[in-house]
Ligand binder design. Structure first.
Ligand code: DIG
Ligand code: MN
Ligand code: MN
Length: 397
């Protein structure tokens, strides 16, 4: 049974720049305790159905499109058919990535494996996958080190894993430069799963790691909602730090219940307040990147449920975007924020604009007498601010 979605202000449109990985709507519902519940959906069908729903593009791991054991002839046919589906629909491929986690050969990692042959094969596979992404115009290349971890610390020192990961990325940055691929590399962190522990488990770890690379300017982040929340962290803070550092090159949006495995739930289906503040952060910053969903439908769903999942992922983003506009226009909310802005703009000590050091500034600051009692007495009205925000989200404002 096909769900009829009303056309309204929340209906997704291509210029909303919503994208999905082929593996998301193509997820067949397998889990560690159950077999697939849905048939595979061909990539060309995914392109056509997502286009009908108003998406802008699709992304892929190499093997989402070209099977691991495909022949050259297979590859040529698949690429030709996929290009036709993209041309017919106007759908784009903004991002590509490599599957370095599914095949058994990666069971001990890929770039960080103790087996030098696996490390070399992972580099070869990535170069071929980068070539494939370029064929479809991808501008962002994501690295999720799904198996870059361990179960026992006896097997390797963490420094060795970090060094190997750095060597691989430095090599691949040079490969991109040598071939004039204008890729931006986006590193994606995850704290655990499918290994016992993963190296570089949060966006913060990844950000520090980027500055140790030979070409840090080529490399940024692809933070994912569920992955930061699995560490008990606020996702919008990770995204805010990436933005502030000029390193938000891509984003994986989804939903997650606290302290659970990586659920990759529909965006906005959990923690609506967190989703609101994430959308607010991206929209206030006018971030131009793709709104990419790395998530999948519940295992309970048939194929129609998958397309419902895709539609609602985009619809919820647009609903929250409208809530952000209401927050900005809300006079009572803005009145409290105006009080904060006034507190922020006070001239405390006459040391010129911004906190720039000078011997005079240090002297002035050291001599200044603060009214500590007044500082202690200052109230911020955040209970009211948060209640007004909550009521806006609950629809009573
Ligand atoms: C998991 O969250 C990872 C893989 O799905 C993929 O490598 C990456 C792409 O966004 N996210
Ligand atoms: Mn995930
Ligand atoms: Mn992801």
């Amino acid at each position: 049974m096909t769900t009829k979605h009303p056309q309204d202000t929340y209906s997704p449109r291509p210029d909303d720049h919503f994208t999905f990985g082929l593996w998301t709507v193509g997820n067949r519902g397998r889990d560690p305790f159950g077999d697939a519940v849905r048939a595979a959906i061909p990539p060309t069908t995914i392109v056509r159905r997502l286009a009908e729903l108003g998406a802008y593009g699709v992304n892929f791991h190499d093997n989402d499109l070209i099977p691991f054991d495909a022949t050259t002839a297979d590859r040529e046919r698949i690429v030709k058919d996929f290009k036709k589906a993209l041309a017919d629909t106007g759908m784009k491929v903004p991002m590509a990535t490599t599957n370095l986690f599914y095949d058994a050969c990666f069971k001990e990692g890929a770039y960080t494996s103790n087996d030098a042959r696996v490390r070399a094969f992972a580099l070869q596979k990535t170069m071929h996958a980068m070539d494939l992404g370029i064929e479809f115009g991808a501008k962002t290349y994501v690295f999720w080190g799904g198996r870059e971890g361990l179960e026992t610390n006896a097997c390797k020192a963490p420094q060795d894993a970090i060094k190997r990961f750095r060597e691989a990325l430095n090599f691949l940055c040079e490969y991109a430069r040598d071939n004039k691929y204008d890729y931006q590399f986006a590193l994606e962190a995850k704290p655990n799963e499918p290994r016992g522990d993963l190296f570089l488990p949060t966006s913060g770890h990844m950000l520090a790691f980027i500055y140790t690379l030979d070409h840090p300017e080529m490399v940024g982040l692809n933070p994912e909602t569920a992955h930061e929340q699995m560490s008990g962290l606020d996702f919008s803070h990770a995204v805010g730090q990436a933005l502030e550092a000029g390193k938000l090159f891509h984003i994986d949006l989804n939903g997650q219940k606290p302290s659970r495995y990586d659920q990759d739930l529909r965006f906005g289906s959990e923690d609506q307040k967190g989703a609101f503040f994430l959308v607010k952060l991206l929209e206030d910053a006018r971030w131009p990147g793709m709104r990419h969903f790395d998530s999948h439908a519940y295992r309970t769903e048939d194929e129609q449920g998958v397309w419902d999942f895709a539609h609602y992922s985009m619809r919820t983003y647009n609903i929250l975007k409208e809530k952000v506009a209401r927050f900005t226009a809300d006079k009572e909310i803005q009145a409290i924020l105006d009080e904060q802005r006034a507190l922020d703009r006070q001239t405390v000590v006459d040391i010129g604009a911004g906190l720039r050091y000078s011997p005079r500034a240090a002297t002035q600051l050291k001599q200044h007498v603060f009214d500590i009692a007044a500082l202690r007495a200052q109230g911020f009205r955040y209970e009211r601010l948060d209640q007004l925000t909550t009521e806006l989200l609950l629809g009573t404002r």
